[in-house]
Design a protein around this ligand. Structure first.
Ligand code: NAD
Ligand code: DAU
Length: 354
């Protein structure tokens, strides 16, 4: 079996669902269920003995060691993190605790567990760290895309916390020989994404007739990847990646934020027509402090060495995503009460779009 952390979040839950659809190997899923974790994402696995959910913190050394001792996984995949840049700007402490110290705790527990393994079990064991392209900093319009040797230059507290964790993972391989793998992926979108991130936020605001907040001039560029493709990339890296190696994963799909929002509005105009075009709700608001201008991933290594490539394109993935949110209003209602409303006021009121 494998142990994954953060498997009730956006990417983690998509990963668990994809994993168990593709094979029978069981998953132990450790998740703290913060505001971003949601067991509803895993409703379709109710009663499935291959999925074993544990509510807990990756920064709890006793719990993590106990899970490793009891379940003896062949791999640990660390998805758990605080993941929203704007939250890291308003409150960085939790990012330091979970993303840095939590990853350290996972590494320490994995190191002790791995040291006690023998033979094939020891040779085959992997610790896979799920990381982000934000660790590489910001690109200018004409700069080459991030590759695995691009120097780290994280700009937000979120990016810095992920960078620190990546450095610890690297050190555990270099110093102790722990068979680690690191993936640095670009922006994901798709089902089950918490609506604090641009794409689900715009879909839900549009449906509610609320402003669609565009930070700054709307020309910041991200490299968008449909979440299923990120998950298939991680599975491929786990299967065939070289221990100690880093793999960038990206969609080769650079878009500026205005293009993204206009694409969403056009899809909504078609699928759920309203009195006025949804693009009329676009509202420019105060920029994100330190807002990175452009991210772009060079995914040549994973394409060449592991024969991975994305299956979905931007137009198709965006349409599927809009349709998913239209079809899952109950899920939307379950995540947009209480805490979500507080976050929306905290982040947008002072920007003039709450
Ligand atoms: P998310 O915020 O949707 O989910 C995070 C999950 O981790 C939640 O289920 C939460 O409950 C859990 N969690 C948080 N703190 C925890 C703790 N201390 N102990 C145990 N569980 C905890 O995040 P996501 O977008 O699914 O991102 C998953 C991973 O992928 C993160 O490591 C993130 O940095 C990375 N990543 C995300 C993207 C993206 O576009 N979303 C892109 C590249 C990499
Ligand atoms: O690049 C990978 C990263 O992508 C992941 O590591 C992060 O976990 C994930 O959250 C994402 O970070 P971003 O900051 O790029 O994503 P977000 O959806 O928050 O913002 C995307 C772009 O849209 C960014 O340029 C900021 C802008 N934006 C965002 C929001 C929430 C707006 O213009 N308005 C908004 O209301």
């Amino acid at each position: 079996m494998i142990l994954i952390t953060g498997g009730a979040g956006f990417i983690g839950s998509n990963f668990v669902l994809q994993w168990l659809a593709a094979q029978d190997e069981a998953v132990v899923n450790l998740d703290k269920l913060t505001y971003a974790g949601n067991l509803r994402n895993l409703d379709s696995l109710r009663g499935d003995a291959r999925h074993f959910f544990v509510r807990g913190d990756i920064d709890d050394p006793e719990l993590v060691s106990q899970l490793l001792r009891e379940h003896r996984p062949r791999a640990v995949l660390n998805f758990a993190a605080e993941s929203h840049v704007d939250r890291s700007i308003l409150g960085p402490a939790e990012f330091v605790r979970t993303n840095i110290h939590g990853t350290f705790t996972m590494l320490e527990a994995a190191r002790a567990y791995w040291a006690g393994l023998e033979g094939e079990a020891k040779q085959g064991f992997r610790f896979l760290q799920v990381s982000t392209d934000e660790v590489y900093g910001s690109l200018g319009a004409d700069d080459a895309a991030f590759c695995e040797t691009t120097a780290y230059a994280p700009n937000s507290p979120y990016a810095a916390s992920k960078a620190a964790a990546d450095h610890m993972v690297r050190a555990y391989h270099h110093t102790y020989g722990l068979p680690t793998l690191t993936t640095n992926c670009s922006n994901n979108y798709g089902p089950f994404q918490f609506p604090e991130k641009l794409i689900p936020l715009v879909i839900l605001n549009a449906l509610a007739g609320k402003p669609l907040p565009i930070y700054g001039d709307g020309l910041n560029v991200r490299d968008w990847l449909f979440v299923d493709d990120h998950c298939s990339g991680i599975r491929r890296v786990l299967e065939a990646g070289r221990p100690g190696e880093v793999y960038n994963i990206g969609g080769n799909s650079e878009k500026n934020n205005l293009e993204v929002v206009r694409t969403l509005c056009a899809a909504l105009d078609e699928l759920r027509p309203a009195a006025k075009p949804y693009a009329s709700l676009i509202t420019y608001v105060k920029d994100r402090p330190g807002h990175d201008r452009r991210y772009a991933i060079d995914a040549a290594r994973i394409r060449r060495d592991l024969a991975w490539q994305p299956a979905e394109n931007f137009a198709g993935g965006m349409r599927r995503t809009v349709q998913w949110y239209l079809d899952h209003q109950e899920w939307v209602a379950s995540v947009t009460s209480g805490e979500y409303q507080k976050w929306m006021s905290a982040n947008y009121q002072e920007r003039g779009a709450a």
